[in-house]
Structure formats: C-alpha cells, structure tokens
Ligand binder design. Structure first.
Ligand SMILES: NC(=O)c1ccc[n+]([C@@H]2O[C@H](COP(=O)([O-])OP(=O)(O)OC[C@H]3O[C@@H](n4cnc5c(N)ncnc54)[C@H](O)[C@@H]3O)[C@@H](O)[C@H]2O)c1
Length: 182
C-alpha cells in the first residue's frame, strides 16, 4: 500500500528543485498531483496536471482551487513551496525587491492557503506544508528580505495550525538547509 494512494496534492514551485522532487515523491506514493509554477517544467513532465501560473497573480488562488476541484476532485495536501531568494544587503534593498520577496514567499502562501480552506475542510484530513528555510531561524548577511519572509512563514504556519486544527487540518513548516536538488 502506497502512503498517498487516493490523496489529492497541490504543489507550487513545481518546475524545479524541491517542488519538482516533491511532485515525483507524491506521485511515487500514489497521489494525484496538481503542479504549478511560473515556468514550464525543467525536466521530464511527470504524470500530473501541470499549470503555468504566477502564484502572486491576483486571481491565482481562485484559479488553483478551481483547478484542484476540476482536475483532482478536491484537495487533501497543499504544499506551498514556490519561493525566491534575492541576495541584497538590507541597506541597499529597494522597495520592489522587498515587496517581490514578500509577495512570493509569504503573501501568496497566505492567499492560496486561505482560498484552499474549503477544499481542505471537505477533505476531513487536510494538510498544509509550507516550505520555509533554515533562514526562518537564523540570519545571513545579504539575505535580510528572504530571512524576514521565512521567519514570517513560521508565524503564518503556526497561526494556521492554531486556527484550522479544529477542522482536522494540520499545518507544518519545513526548514531546509542549503541544498541543490538534481
Ligand atoms: N534549495 C535550498 O537550498 C533551499 C533552502 C531552504 C529553503 N528553500 C526553499 O525551498 C523552496 C524551493 O526552493 P528550491 O531550492 O527548490 O528553488 P528553485 O528555484 O529550484 O525552485 C523554486 C521554484 O519556484 C518557482 N517560482 C518562483 N516564483 C514563482 C511564482 N511567482 N509563481 C510560481 N512559481 C514560482 C520557480 O520557477 C522554481 O521552479 C523555496 O521556498 C526556497 O526558499 C530552499
């Protein structure tokens, strides 16, 4: 018996790296997957529904929830993985850079989670997995906006867990260290 047989999973940032590896892993465990990325997939397209979309677009959450309903028939697991890192000392970080990092790494995560709530409730065992970073715990020179966004992902994740646990929905966040996923 595979661990995710019958599970319906949405993964953002799925073209490459941790997101693409997550899609492959979920498929290998029997899940059905909706994969989303601003870019086309880097390697072979795995056997999933793939959507090219910027998660920061105003209507992205509604579109993705509609796709999950249409393509998967619901949603059990939301993996908020899409993220960017801009290396820039805070003293010279301009507003656009700050806003973009917060938009992709934090705001889009909040907005998609909020929109997915009805489907996660329907699931009866909804799971939200937010990809933070070891930068949610520590700071490095030149990564202030990134680190601030990932610290905020920790706060958002704890808050989601506290508020949605009563609906049987768990929310966890993961703190990967530096890695190259090939
Ligand atoms: N690789 C690491 O060392 C590391 C360490 C800690 C945390 N992380 C986190 O893991 C997550 C994945 O990182 P990765 O290393 O696999 O990076 P990656 O760049 O290989 O993958 C990120 C994916 O997100 C996509 N993406 C970026 N902006 C998007 C948007 N607006 N809409 C939709 N998709 C978008 C990119 O196209 C890319 O495919 C990120 O949240 C990152 O912060 C990575």
């Amino acid at each position: 018996m595979k661990r995710f047989t019958g599970s319906r999973v949405l993964v953002t940032g799925a073209a490459d790296g941790i997101g693409a590896a997550s899609v492959t892993a979920f498929l290998g465990e029997g899940a059905r997957v909706l994969a989303v990325d601003i870019n086309p997939p880097r390697g072979d397209v795995p056997a999933c529904h793939y959507e090219i979309l910027d998660v920061t677009e105003a209507n992205a959450p509604e579109r993705l929830v509609a796709s999950a309903g249409r393509e998967l028939g619901g949603l059990d697991v939301l993996v908020n993985n899409a993220g960017i890192c801009e290396v820039s000392p805070l003293a010279s970080t301009d507003d656009d850079t700050w806003d973009r990092v917060m938009d992709v790494n934090l705001r889009a995560m909040f907005r998609l989670s909020r929109s997915a709530l009805p489907l996660l409730r329907e699931s009866g065992a909804g799971r939200v997995i937010n990809i933070a970073s070891i930068s949610a715990r520590f700071a490095n020179d030149g990564m202030g906006a990134y680190s601030a966004s990932k610290h905020a992902v920790a706060g958002l994740s704890k808050s989601l867990a506290a508020e949605w646990g009563q609906d049987g929905i768990t929310c966890n966040y993961i703190l990967p260290g530096a890695m190259i996923v090939s």
